[in-house]
Design a protein around this ligand. Structure first.
Ligand code: 4AD
Ligand code: MG
Length: 462
């Protein structure tokens, strides 16, 4: 008999047909004649209640092996449940414990703290919250691909190993070709880091943008969706050393159209997850952030606020709020400023555009004012920046001079400059930090809890 998922069974009607399923015991309860099992298989938040008659064919030795965390298979009939939590329950006449679970199982029947669960990242998907996060993350991945596929974008697999610093910020992990056994015996100082990727330096990609530009400048619309790496020593609840980024890139596109796309994108993904994962979203609304669903519904419905960087600085100064870093034209916006704009001043997501050139990367298009660039960041309440993007500099000479000003050698970027030499076109794009969007959608405080295996200053065990 084919196994069915718990989600499928909970949506089925009671009937005489025999059904089979499997999963892990969340809890079990013994009464005089009957054993109750709450079975979860990760297909949904809810458990399937299994009823076993001790005197029936499923009673006996197997029952003695039941334990929280044990893996079991069951067979029987679906009947109407007298309980108010579920429409059906499974009366089992066959039970097999396929994997015992001893009493030192670290997930006992109580609510564990997220800090504790972070230390057991290999077991945490068996909890309600982490099952819900995994399903929501999966739904959002699918929705993101659908969004771009529906609009004619090609998914481009950009390299993870690269020879250039594509953000010009110097926050890269270097890759080495040293065989591990040799490496173990070497003092770090004896490795020649300038030549260690088959004779040249190489790094883990901080972005796929420059390669996405190559494809947008040939095929009109491209996007990346992959892991990126940042060696910033930021031990915060919003930074990971390895995170996933989605980077669309469009030819024949200016900053306004880029902002329109970013807004449509964020609102569509939020609206999809609210529609597709109502139960999981309820869990976050109840346990993590009260009113979450209502606030996300409002975000999905309403346009974002758009203000220039210059307006943002003026509004921050006028707010009367005392900041740790007083807002000053020319300086990067701090998280406290981004939160103030999105929470106190506008109470909605805000797109800030036209930043001072010195705050932003070398590839952004210069404005005629000679001071600002065609950059845009999407900021949301609670988190601040979730998207960074821009119209790209499409003029060869201007791009070269910005590279030089940033201390980069244009010769290292010869292929990128060729895009401006041959058939240059106005083009734009942005990068969304996937984990930041998941944090926003789930209300989770710490970015380490929305990626299965977080890589941070302290965590790289699993
Ligand atoms: O603003 P960033 O650095 O922009 C870029 O990488 C551009 N190349 C994107 C583009 O135009 N194609 O990063 C984009 C987003 C940020 O807004 C943030 O959401 C996320 O990536 N991000 C991080 N997320 C988690 N941990 C980190 N250390 C992050 N650094 C950036
Ligand atoms: Mg940024």
């Amino acid at each position: 008999m084919d196994n069915q998922r718990v989600r499928q069974l909970l949506a089925s009607s009671p009937g005489d047909a025999r059904v089979a399923t499997r999963g892990w015991v969340r809890t079990h309860r013994d009464t005089k004649d009957i054993v109750f099992i709450e079975l979860n298989d990760g297909s949904c938040l809810k458990n399937l209640q299994i009823i076993i008659d001790k005197a029936g064919p499923a009673g006996g030795d197997q029952l003695k092996r039941l334990a929280t965390g044990a893996a079991v298979t069951v067979e029987g009939k679906l009947v109407e449940s007298p309980g108010k939590n579920q429409a059906v329950e499974l009366h089992a006449d066959r039970l097999t414990v396929v994997g015992d679970c001893p009493a030192d199982y670290p997930l006992q029947k109580k609510r564990h703290s997220f800090e504790y669960l972070r230390e057991i990242a290999h077991l945490r998907p068996r909890t309600n919250a982490f099952g819900a996060i995994a399903r929501v993350r999966n739904n959002m991945s699918t929705s993101i691909h659908r969004f771009f596929q529906d609009r004619g974008f090609l998914w481009i697999h950009t390299p993870i190993i690269t020879g250039i610093d594509a953000e010009g910020a110097g926050e890269m992990f270097q890759v080495t070709t040293m065989p591990l056994d040799k490496l173990a015996g070497l003092q770090p100082t004896t490795i020649d880091y300038s030549r260690d990727f088959f004779g040249k330096p190489a790094y883990l990609a901080v972005t796929g943008q420059l390669q996405a530009e190559v494809y947008a400048c040939a095929l009109d619309r491209a996007y990346t969706f992959g892991p990126t790496f940042r060696a910033e020593n930021s031990n915060t609840v919003r930074h990971l050393a390895e995170f996933w980024m989605i980077e669309p890139e469009l030819a024949f596109c200016d900053l306004e159209a880029n902002m329109d796309l970013a807004e449509d994108f964020v609102r569509t993904v939020i609206s999809d997850v609210l529609n597709d994962c109502p139960e999981d979203m309820q869990l976050f609304d109840q346990r993590i952030q009260k009113g979450l669903i209502e606030s996300l519904q409002a975000v999905a419905r309403s346009p974002f606020k758009r203000i220039s960087y210059t307006e943002a600085i003026a509004q921050l100064k006028d707010s009367g709020i005392e900041f740790t870093y007083p807002p000053e034209w020319g300086a990067a916006l701090q998280t406290e400023h981004e939160k103030c704009l999105t929470e106190q001043i506008h109470n909605c997501p805000v797109i800030v555009y036209d930043y001072p050139a010195e705050c932003k990367a070398f590839y952004m298009k210069q404005n005629p004012d000679g001071k600002t660039v065609r950059a845009m960041d999407v900021l949301v309440p609670r988190l601040g920046e979730i998207i960074g993007g821009s119209q790209r500099e499409d003029n060869l000479e201007k791009l070269e001079s910005r590279m030089q000003a940033a201390g980069l050698n244009p010769d290292d970027y010869w292929w990128y400059l060729d895009l401006r030499r041959y058939g240059s076109v106005p083009h734009s794009g942005f990068g969304l930090g996937f984990e930041r969007l998941i944090q926003y959608v789930t209300g989770m405080q710490n970015i380490r809890d929305v990626i299965p295996f977080p890589r941070t200053v302290k965590h790289a065990d699993f």
